[in-house]
Design a protein around this ligand. Structure first.
Ligand code: ADE
Length: 420
């Protein structure tokens, strides 16, 4: 089912938001201008399974400027911005298969529609497109056309690496997430800010003085913890990784097991990528009125069936906020059905950070077209030179210049004989 656009007003609003985002995406804009001249993606069919946001729209426009024929489906049922979808169809003639709030069946029908486009490159955020391509024998014919795929997020890279390790991955993948210009910025500052934005939009909570338990101190968790502290939150970190836990301590956060953290927390948030981080035992120990949410990719981090099982009543008390009344009378509040709060209740990461993430996507697509014949069915990092070029372009766009090594310094760094 193609996105059937009837409402031109919706498309016009989407276009205004896409243009606004574009003004914060100078690196992608430079790439788009070059792509318009060089057309490196001429005739290449690209199926993208990404959050349908204003920033993604600018990536899609860039791919098209490079000569690609591109279609887009959502990478999460709750993250689609319908005005953006409408605008891409209306103003850019880019087919979009996504409707905000679509049910699981429709979501997967839309992923299938993107597969039926017979892509030569896949672009994933969470690896749903690639796993569906691998899950069904009927998709074998489609797999054979594919040069390679790209993957936007940590969760997707983890899934794809396990496919590669098991020897079942059927085409190469470029792990855009692992580029330094992606995860150091998008995962940390993007998730940090947009997750707080989502919590605040959903609840209108005052963060100052609020005790917030953060599960996971990876790049996303540390970004969130630092931003929450910046707004005056009293942040507790929970971890399973000793190194991450030590880093959190040295950053000044309290670290403790989740079972102890929930006894103090007003807000509990998961950013781990793992399943059932919050479950029965934690709900049983939570404070009356605690707010529960997730900013990890999939809605598996909070065991919602456990929560339902403990509850005698459930009702929506505000957009994005579901109240669960437990048998002992306590009330717990679940945000956005446990789906990623930053995209479901807010607009995802700001354009300025998606600029670098999507510059990586666009350049990775160009790299695939030039190099796919030499790639194996493995997960590759974005080439270092390409990653570094994005950092340089971003600095340039920000109007920041930096020093260069002198010849003497370069020689010193490259020599092993000179200690003094
Ligand atoms: N992931 C997180 N934020 C996003 C955004 N604004 N657009 C696309 N994908 C995202």
């Amino acid at each position: 089912m193609n996105y059937d656009i009837k409402n031109k007003e919706l498309a016009a609003e989407g276009k205004r938001r896409i243009d606004w985002a574009d003004s914060f995406m100078p690196v992608l804009d430079l790439i788009r201008q070059r792509f318009e001249k060089e057309r490196p993606l001429e005739g290449v069919r690209i199926s993208a399974c990404l959050h349908v946001t204003a920033e993604t729209a600018n990536l899609m426009r860039t791919l098209k400027a490079g000569g690609a024929e591109a279609v887009l489906c959502a990478s999460n049922p709750l993250s689609t911005q319908d005005d953006v979808a409408a605008s891409l169809v209306e103003h850019d003639s880019i087919p979009v298969f996504a409707i905000r709030g679509e049910d699981t069946e429709t979501y997967y029908q839309h992923v299938e529609a993107a597969i039926n486009f017979k892509p030569m490159i896949t672009m994933d955020d969470g690896a749903d497109l690639v796993s569906k391509l691998h899950a069904e024998d009927t998709n074998t014919a489609f797999v054979e056309n594919i040069y390679a795929g790209t993957e936007e997020t940590t969760t997707g890279v983890v899934r794809l690496k396990s496919m590669a390790n098991e020897g079942v991955l059927r085409f190469p993948i470029i792990a855009v997430n692992d580029a330094k210009t992606k995860h150091f910025f998008d995962n940390r500052y993007g998730t940090g800010q947009s997750t707080l934005d989502g919590i605040i939009r959903a609840t209108n909570l005052l963060i100052a003085g609020t005790t917030i338990a953060v599960a996971g101190y990876g790049w996303c968790g540390r970004g969130f913890a630092s931003r929450a502290r910046g707004l005056g939150g009293n942040v507790i970190v929970t971890e399973v990784d000793p190194l991450n836990a030590l880093e959190a301590i040295m950053e000044g956060f309290r670290v403790m097991p989740m079972i102890d953290a929930v006894a103090e927390a007003d807000v509990v948030i998961t950013l781990t990528g793992d399943i059932h981080v919050l479950r029965r035992e934690h709900f049983e120990a939570m404070k009356d009125g605690a707010i529960i949410c997730n900013s990890g990719h999939f809605n598996v981090e909070i065991n919602i069936p456990d929560l339902e099982d403990l509850s005698i009543e459930q009702k929506t008390v505000r957009e994005f906020v579901e109240e669960y009344t437990l048998k002992d009378g306590r009330k717990l509040y679940l945000l956005c059905e446990g789906r990623l709060i930053n995209l479901a209740a807010a607009e995802g990461h700001p354009a300025s950070v998606m600029d670098m993430s999507f510059a990586n996507q666009a350049l990775a697509a160009e790299y695939v077209v030039k190099n796919y014949q030499n790639l194996k069915n493995q997960v590759y990092v974005v080439p270092e030179a390409l990653d570094a070029s994005i950092a340089k372009l971003k600095l340039h766009a920000l109007g920041v210049s930096i020093d260069e090594l002198t010849e003497e310094q370069e020689t010193y760094l490259n020599s092993w004989t000179m200690g003094t």
